[in-house]
Design a protein around this ligand. Structure first.
Ligand SMILES: *Cc1c(COP(=O)(O)O)cnc(C)c1O
Length: 422
């Protein structure tokens, strides 16, 4: 039996209808922006393997630091104990974040980073008032993860339908634009006494289809929240670590959120790690002689030293002299290509922020056509040696920053032929 056949016997894949799925391609090796399958065929990983491999695959610097850590300390319980890599990572990370972030809380993925952020906010109100606020504000269509709390604050969709009755109530607001911003602000002010917090993906809603909105509008919403004491959570799980052209997407804001959620790019795709950071306002609300005011949350692999070492190594690369120019180069290439294909009759919209480029295929409003189109596009690019995973009728490129101009041009020209042929 080959690997694909053995896989089929024992594995249940994520986000996959397991009845007659598209074949799962066995990957044996990764290098830079490429992964290689069993037959030696090379694929450009144009989606950074679900948005995590910001520096490409098998980066030697990360490998070296991880190996060192493995030989020194692979894991230790993080309650009652600490270790160099966790402390150093927090020391390096906090000053990079906008506003005054004071503390790091470690978990092991983006969803749990969000769960912790929500629990921090909800318990903040329990700890500080007699009538705790329990409502949460989130954007329609947002995505914050797959665990129950994270699902609850995500837009309702086919992903969440089977669990709909078990998800807690969330006040969903429209993405802001010039027309509706005042309306959203009055809604916030109307609900204000009940609202514990507002969670948002800053400027780019990833899973929604790389939907983009303006920093100025988010600023207005954060300001409105702050006016009413509503806590704010920036979910930078996808946008963090250079993806939008800035180190963090929130750098484009005047107002700073109370909490940041980070994961995905944090270790450059080497180890699972989640981080929730908060400012003093949140942290201080948990300081007490009353044990009930403790944040009772933790995971077995919290602050795993190998994951922290991978993250430190990934930060070295991110902050090195090469990476920012790469991010700027990819962003400029994307922008030029977006300009070139804007107005193409088969495209409903083309949008770009930093290293993210998205194109919305025209479907003439026919949703039954959608799934077929998505799979045809996915297969078309795979055949050409490019990993792109369309979100419905939206194709997006979110590559490792080291991708060469030649590889970018190859992806662009393949998109142009797809536009002709599909
Ligand atoms: C992917 C993602 C999450 C969830 O992270 P996981 O590690 O997949 O659990 C949360 N928020 C945003 C914005 C994401 O893109």
């Amino acid at each position: 039996m080959n690997l694909a056949e053995r896989d089929k016997k024992v594995i249940w894949h994520p986000y996959t209808q397991m009845k007659n799925p598209l074949p799962h391609i066995p990957i044996v090796r990764g290098e830079g922006v490429y992964v290689f399958d069993e037959s030696g065929k090379k694929y450009i990983d144009a989606v950074s393997s679900w948005w995590v491999n910001i520096h490409g695959h098998a980066h030697p610097h990360i490998a070296e630091k991880v190996a060192e850590q493995l030989k020194t300390l692979e894991h230790v319980i993080f309650a009652g104990f600490t270790h160099e890599s966790a402390v150093q990572l927090a020391e390096r990370l906090l000053p990079l974040l906008p506003g005054k972030q004071e503390k790091v809380f470690y978990t092991d993925n983006g969803s749990t980073a969000v769960e912790v952020a929500l629990k921090m906010c909800l318990q903040y109100w329990v700890n500080t008032t007699k009538q705790p606020r329990t409502k949460i504000l989130a954007f329609k269509g947002a995505y914050h993860g797959d665990t129950f709390g994270a699902m609850s604050v995500s837009g309702r969709s086919i992903f969440t339908d089977p669990f709909a009755s078990l998800l807690f109530d969330v006040e969903f607001i429209d993405l802001p634009n010039t027309k509706n911003i005042e309306q959203i602000k009055s809604r916030i002010s109307y609900l204000s006494n009940e609202v514990a917090c507002f969670i948002f993906e800053p400027m780019v809603l990833g899973t929604a289809g790389m939907v983009m909105y303006e920093a100025g509008h988010l600023d207005e919403l954060i300001a409105a929240c702050q006016k009413h004491g509503i806590l704010t959570i920036a979910d930078e799980v996808m946008t963090g670590f250079g993806r939008t052209g800035k180190l963090f997407s929130c750098e484009a804001l005047q107002y700073s959120p109370d909490i940041f959620c980070l994961s995905k790019g944090i270790t450059g795709g080497t180890m699972p790690l989640g981080v929730t950071t908060c400012n003093a306002k949140i942290f201080d609300a948990f300081l007490s002689d009353d044990k009930l005011k403790t944040l009772y949350h933790g995971h077995s692999y919290t602050a795993n030293p190998v994951a922290c070492a991978a993250s430190l190594a990934s930060l070295d690369i991110l902050l090195s002299d090469e990476t920012l120019p790469n991010i700027q180069r990819v962003s400029a290439k994307h922008e030029a290509f977006a300009e070139k294909i804007k107005g193409h009759p088969k495209l409903k919209d083309v949008r770009q922020t930093g290293t993210i480029l998205a194109m919305e295929w025209e479907t003439g409003g026919d949703t039954s056509y959608l799934n077929g189109l998505r799979n045809r596009l996915y297969n078309y690019f795979l055949e050409q040696g490019i990993i792109l995973r369309p979100l419905g009728n939206i194709i997006y490129i979110l590559p490792p920053y080291v991708i060469s101009n030649d590889d970018l041009d190859y992806i662009y020209s393949t998109i142009l032929t797809a536009l002709e042929e599909i």
